[in-house]
Design a protein. Structure first.
Length: 561
């Protein structure tokens, strides 16, 4: 939000400005009670006479010019800007700033955390002190940091903000969970390393246990083929993440990092740093994968020394990890790509905006551009059909114009798209009144009846029509299993949950008729599992009688009937 407010992403002029103010709570004191002015906003002191560290955040909100009328944005309010600015203060000035007084009080009260015998201030110097009086050099550096951050191109800015937020979150978790705090601190830089390191993975980056076996097999293959196989494996391998993390940080370390005022007594040395970073990433991985507790060598403070030893190898303490993380992120911001103006659609990145699927009646009727769109139209139509069967008063959309597109596109449609096209065409014409059916629909369906018989779309049609006369039980079962397996995949059909249950019950009835009530009940249980809370279905499962037919319409749509 802070970068959007600069106006560098606007395509039109500024249409509205608002003076916003908010209160934040921190352990920072402004020197001489003088305000701090940055491009993101200003910090103003309050006259509390030592009773608290309340500061006023003030800014001019800029809203891009938009036509007047319903839905025009008047203001976001100060909260999203204030929260972002608190995050920048916490990171840039190495302290605590929050819009919540209790958070600042909890982190700076000097009490021990839940998982340690020592307060957070024992692990990282300065950050958790009760009061931090800023000097002019620190303020100038913070102003420069904000300027450089806002000047970044949008992609770099968003990545930097993610890393900064993750770092601040790790600091806040230090009083709750030491291992989680350490993991988040590593992850702050990892998020940058994966997108901006420019690192190219090699065969040597992959675990030697894997490469040794593969190399043994590839010795029997021609050299060119062996290299192509290795390249294909490297391309999809994530084993280089630890090396990329180290590479990113080390590439942002210069001589100044090991010299005052950055480094003082107890700082990590250059020849220890790479191995310590490797250890840090290993600690992160063990926590994520097995919730492994932090080693005792790290769980106790070291008087703010930056390095300790684990298994005779150097390891970063919280003090050391904090400084190297802040330094790497700060250098990324200082050296990142900057732009004065940028064409960028920020509309979905504004505060309070969420993305939701539109109801199908708002889009299902639109002209079809590509045959690949028809699966989505079928899903939308199935949702309308299911709602109608459940008693909804929302009418089913007239999609004859879409079906005209189906007729037009069918001759050149890829084989994978044809089942959805036919299913949509057939379903609409089976429920439409005579005067709204497509002309010559019978001839069209007869001409294209050779669709994939095991496709999920065919299963949908047969379930709705209850027509399985020429399907063996094995074909029916495999088609249903295939549907469930692919339902959530990009190319799968995503039918409404009620229709999932209908398909399961239709299959259960086939097993019941075949004299296999045990399997029928197992499949009924699948329907219950995939439609939680449907009371009639639960009752049917508990009262299942192997001699009574399973009629999915009566079970699932009892209220409507």
């Amino acid at each position: 939000m802070l970068q959007i407010n600069t106006g560098k992403l606007f395509t039109l002029e500024i249409g509205r400005t608002n003076l916003l103010r908010g209160v934040l709570y921190s352990n920072f004191e402004l020197p001489g009670n003088e305000p701090i002015h940055t491009k993101a906003g200003s910090l103003l002191p309050t006259n509390t006479l030592g009773r608290g560290n309340e500061l006023i955040f003030e800014m001019q909100e800029r809203i891009e010019l938009t036509p007047s009328g319903p839905g025009v944005l008047v203001s976001h309010g100060v909260s999203p800007y204030l929260n972002d600015f608190c995050t920048l203060m916490s990171f840039g000035l190495n302290g605590i700033a929050s819009a919540d007084a209790a958070t600042t009080q909890r982190l700076t009260n000097g009490t021990a955390g839940l998982f340690s015998y020592d307060p957070p201030t024992s692990y990282i110097s300065r950050c958790f002190d009760k009061r931090i009086t800023l000097n002019h050099r620190e303020i100038e550096d913070f102003i420069l940091f904000v300027d450089e951050l806002l000047a970044l191109d949008r992609k770099s800015f968003l990545a930097a903000m993610r890393a900064i937020r993750t770092y601040v979150a790790s600091v806040h978790r230090l009083s709750d969970d030491l291992a989680l705090s350490y993991t988040l601190m590593v992850s702050a830089v990892e998020s940058l390393a994966q997108k901006f390191d420019g690192y190219t993975s090699t065969w040597d980056d992959i675990d030697e246990k894997k490469t040794r076996k593969i190399d043994t097999v590839l010795r029997r293959a021609p050299q060119k083929l062996a290299n192509e196989v290795r390249d294909a494996i490297v391309e999809g391998e994530h084993g280089a993440l630890s090396r990329r993390y180290r590479h990113f940080i080390l590439s942002h370390i210069d001589k100044a990092y090991f010299r005052p005022p950055n480094a003082i007594s107890g700082a990590i040395s250059r020849n220890e740093l790479e191995e310590a970073l490797k250890q840090a990433y290993g600690i992160r991985s063990r926590y994520i994968h097995s919730s492994e507790a932090l080693s005792d060598n790290l769980a106790h403070p070291f008087g703010h020394l930056e390095v300790t030893n684990i298994d005779r190898r150097p390891a970063l303490t919280f003090q050391g990890l904090s400084r190297v993380t802040r330094h790497a992120i700060r250098r990324f911001v200082a050296t990142g790509r900057t732009v004065e103006r940028e064409q960028y659609d920020y509309s979905l990145e504004r505060s309070g905006i969420m993305v939701a699927e539109l109801a199908s009646h708002l889009w299902i009727w639109k002209p079809v551009g590509k045959t690949g769109e028809l699966r989505g139209r079928l899903e939308g139509f199935l949702s309308q059909l299911t709602d109608a069967m459940s008693g909804s008063k929302q009418p089913i959309t007239d999609i004859r114009s879409v079906l005209s597109d189906v007729e037009r596109l069918m001759p050149k449609a890829p084989k994978r798209d044809k089942p959805a096209m036919i299913a949509l065409y057939a379903l609409f014409n089976s429920i439409a009144p005579i005067d709204k059916k497509m002309p010559n629909s019978d001839k069209f369906l007869e001409k294209h009846q050779d669709i994939d018989e095991k496709s999920p779309e065919t299963l949908v049609l047969r379930t709705y029509w209850n027509n399985f006369t020429d399907w063996t039980l094995e074909t029916h079962c495999s088609s249903f299993e295939r549907y469930l397996e692919n339902r959530s995949k990009p190319g799968g059909l995503h039918a409404p949950k009620l229709f999932d249950a209908a398909m399961a019950l239709a299959l259960a009835e086939r097993y019941r008729q075949a004299g296999d009530p045990k399997t029928a009940l197992e499949i009924i249980s699948v329907a219950v599992d995939n439609l939680p809370g449907h009371q009639p279905l639960l009752e049917f499962e508990s009262q299942f009688c192997e001699t009574a037919p399973i009629v999915w319409r009566d079970i699932l749509f009892t209220k409507a009937n």
